[in-house]
Design a binder for this molecule. Sequence first.
Ligand code: NDP
Length: 386
Amino acid sequence: MAKILMVLYPDPADGYPPQYARESIPELSKYPDGQSLPTPDNIDFTPGELLGCVSGGLGIVDWLKSEGHDVVVTSDKEGEDSEFDRELPDADVVISQPFWPAYLTKERLEKAKNLKLALTAGIGSDHVDLDEAAKRGITVAEETYSNSISVAEHTVLMVLALVRDYLHQHDISRNGRWDIAEAVSRSYDLEGMDVGVLAAGRIGRAVIERLAPFDVKLHYFDQHRLPEDYEKKYNLTFHESAEALVPHVDVLCIHTPLTPSTEGMFDEKLLNTMRHGAYIVNPARGAIMDRDAVVRALESGQLAGYAGDVWYPQPAPEDHPWRTMPHNGMTPHTSGSSLSAQARYAAGTREILEDFLANRQIRDEYLIVDGGDYAGTGASSYRQSK
Ligand code: NDP
């Protein structure tokens, strides 16, 4: 019997379950690189349901209880007296989500004497102190690829929203106005622009492939160069570093993990090397940016727009300056939690738990830390970038 502590985002304010806009979601056969979709022995939910919130319970609560496990599901994660902190000391497994992260800091890991598995429902386990988890023999796992395409689609949406100035135009339309001159005064075509992709992993490559048909000039940097035939296919210009890439682009899409080497990377100095009036779309992690430097760059016009759905901390306080800075297209960390993505990361969570509880090996591609060291996906994306 294990104690499983799940920290999920709160239910919708007007109640669960919501009314669904569609009756089903498309069935996919595999991920773009051939990796198989999650393969749990069973699922107890209908794909397309809201699973990521407390009442959704990732669709695994009844199953876990029927197997005799002790399950706690909460969204209360802030402060020492939070339910999360109270339940943590004897938890065997913590499940959290990047959208509503239960930060597993060194101090919290010290308190979590029983913890064996820190499971991320989604992608991005930087809310866990990974070095400390490795030191303590805690396994960290996530559902690699489960929401990569969801984020790539959101990235394309944000690029177009910024460059065409869609949000401003929509506001004019919604407010009963017809001010065309005002509406188009910041609106451009993406066609012909230089677009940079920082980190060409699963999301970065999906963004490249989706933006190529817009007839843009594509540039990228990744710590490992892509194969020559791939570069040729998408007519990619490789740059030797992030610093070398950013002066050459009109639009920059950021897709690096948050690691010591990327934290705070986009400070005033780096932003000032970009073309005047460049756009940044960052659905990777908020802490890659210097928060106030982004605000100043938008106010001065150095940046023409900034969009992303990642903040720090999360949830962002009501007075976070990114909510109100000019020309922002922020969303509250939703890009990887579409109903479609939830079906995949919930099924992946169940697959990982089934393996963990049966003492079977967790799929290598899901591992971030295992056996006291970075492992699987974590060994390439997280460790080598330090
Ligand atoms: P991948 O692991 O597939 O790709 C990450 C890429 O970043 C790898 O190619 C890696 O290089 C590269 N990289 C790591 N550090 C650096 C660096 N310092 N400079 C340049 N490149 C670097 O991850 P995904 O594409 O699936 O996800 C990327 C990030 O997006 C996640 O870490 C997460 O933070 C964020 N994310 C956000 C979501 C959201 O809802 N907003 C959802 C999912 C992810 P290599 O492997 O070649 O060593």
